[in-house]
Design a protein around this ligand. Structure first.
Ligand code: TGC
Ligand code: FAD
Length: 397
């Protein structure tokens, strides 16, 4: 007969294929055996280990849903489960993987020429190359359509563009071998995508200073991109896509991944809080877990995590069937991030003063989840995307 499993209350695992379950196991084992032991020092010292990308590459975890080009070609659910296992350890590790896989690789896969795909995707898939995705600018975050970065044709060298402008809060930029940069063509004002190869940029034209002393996501590396007449060959531009459709197509993939990932972080908070509440005793030797107010916190978190997983799996399946819309992805990105943040913050209370010690991990998840709710479209921006879809009225401007 059926048994209730608090770790998977609505039996989401029933929805996975045998292959997806095996991929989840592989990812979990790697994350718990290899990432978990590193996280405290990495977070304390803001030290992202570049080798992680290669380790993930060896296991086929990068760009996992891409077909060909040395990628694993797994389902969107399997790719989501990988993301979830990484974020169960830390959102920063997931961030480093997401920009590589969902943003840089997806962009090249969806919009690159065959030559671009052959040149860049295998190296990115193996983690030999590190990629980043430059959309956000110092003056334009939620409204990337107003970006100031421009690409102008080289006055004398035909077939070369010169990129000028700054991007900020760019995950992986300080270690990136290539940056997928979005810039407006000077002639048309239309947004185009460029693959900027660091090794081909003359000194002073492409700088990627790190943003230090972050209060969250400290286990990922974040920086700026400054471009000053940075020469990029026309063969490194995506030929056919223009406008925001380019970056937003990549974001659809990354946002769906975050809907899974944030549930990994929440599940970790729940498991740690449950364990702590069973061990910690207050008032006549009773474990905290015996108290009703504590049980309600656990019940709320377990419920939101279970609902969030079912919704993410549903949208991932629809995506593979060609039936997912960007609004569905906005809905689950927003809801899962909001619920993960709100629940983790409440679960944190169960640890009392110990929550202030990083050894208990809960404070790190809470700090990270604030950023996860902010990047890839802050939750209120997703509310406006949904509001526009529901009413037909646009409320951004
Ligand atoms: P809007 O008029 O809505 O659309 C402009 C054009 O884009 C098309 N489009 C989409 N295409 C594919 N997928 C989507 N989700 C799309 N959304 C829009 C649309 O059809 C239109 O095409 P066309 O041909 O008619 O031009 O554009 P808007 O300027 O009004 O946009 C408003 C808004 C709020 C929707 C948008 O700007 C937005 O989503 N803002 C949030 C910005 C954001 O998400 N930035 C993310 C930066 S990357 C990042 O954070 C990585 S962190 C990763 C990590 O470390 O893990
Ligand atoms: P703003 O756009 O200034 O928004 C501030 C607040 O105002 C938000 O709460 C927002 O919801 C609200 N707001 C804005 N407009 C409206 C409106 N019309 N109506 C109501 N409320 C509104 N970007 C990349 O391109 N690549 C990356 O790899 C990347 N990695 C990141 C890593 C980290 C650690 C962080 C913190 C950010 C990263 N980002 C990246 C940037 C991220 O996508 C932006 O921070 C995010 O899109 C929000 O933009 P903003 O910070 O400029 O906030």
């Amino acid at each position: 007969s059926a048994v209730f499993n608090w770790e998977d209350p609505l039996a989401a695992e029933e929805l996975y294929t045998a292959e997806e379950l095996a991929i989840q196991d592989t990812a979990r084992q790697y994350c718990q055996d290899r990432l978990m032991p590193r996280i405290l020092e990495a977070y304390r010292n803001e030290d992202y280990d570049r080798k992680i990308l290669e380790e993930m590459g060896e296991l086929g975890l990068l760009g996992a849903s891409i077909e060909g080009y040395e990628c694993a070609g797994v389902s969107t659910v399997a790719s989501g489960l990988i993301t979830k296992e990484v974020e169960r350890v830390d959102s920063g590790y997931r961030s480093g993987m997401s920009v590589q896989s969902s943003l840089a690789m997806t962009g090249i896969y969806e919009f690159g020429t065959e030559e671009q795909k052959q040149r860049f995707l295998p190296g990115l898939a193996k983690g030999k190359l590190a990629g980043c995705f430059g959309l956000t600018e110092p003056n334009h975050g939620s409204d990337p359509g107003s970006m100031e970065t421009v690409a102008r044709e080289h006055p004398t060298q035909k077939g070369t563009y010169l990129l000028t402008g700054s991007k900020t809060w760019i995950t992986n930029s300080p270690i990136a071998d290539l940056a997928l940069v979005w810039a407006k063509l000077e002639t048309t004002g239309k947004i185009k995508g460029f693959i900027v190869e660091r090794s081909r940029c003359p000194p002073g034209t492409f700088e990627t200073p790190a943003i230090k002393n972050k209060s969250a996501l400290r286990a990922s590396i974040t920086g700026m991109i400054h471009m000053d007449d940075c020469p990029v060959p026309a063969e490194n531009m995506f030929p056919d896509v223009e406008g925001l459709t380019g970056p937003f197509t990549c974001l659809n993939s990354a946002r769906l991944g975050i809907a899974f990932g944030s549930m990994g972080a929440l599940e970790d908070c729940l498991a740690r809080t449950r364990e702590y509440s069973l061990e910690r005793k207050q008032f006549k030797g009773n474990p905290l877990a015996k108290y009703q107010l504590v049980q309600k916190k656990l019940a709320d978190a377990a419920t939101d995590a279970a609902y969030g997983m079912l919704a993410a799996v549903q949208v991932a399946r629809l995506k593979d069937a060609g039936k997912a819309t960007p609004e569905m992805i906005s809905m689950i990105k927003r809801q899962n991030c909001d619920r993960a943040l709100a629940n983790s913050r409440i679960l944190q209370e169960v640890f009392g003063g110990n929550a202030a010690s990083d050894e208990y991990h809960i404070g790190r998840h809470v700090a990270n989840l604030f950023v996860v709710q902010t990047y890839e479209g802050q939750s209120d921006i997703h509310a406006l995307i949904l509001g526009r879809a529901i009413t037909g009225k646009q409320a951004f401007v």
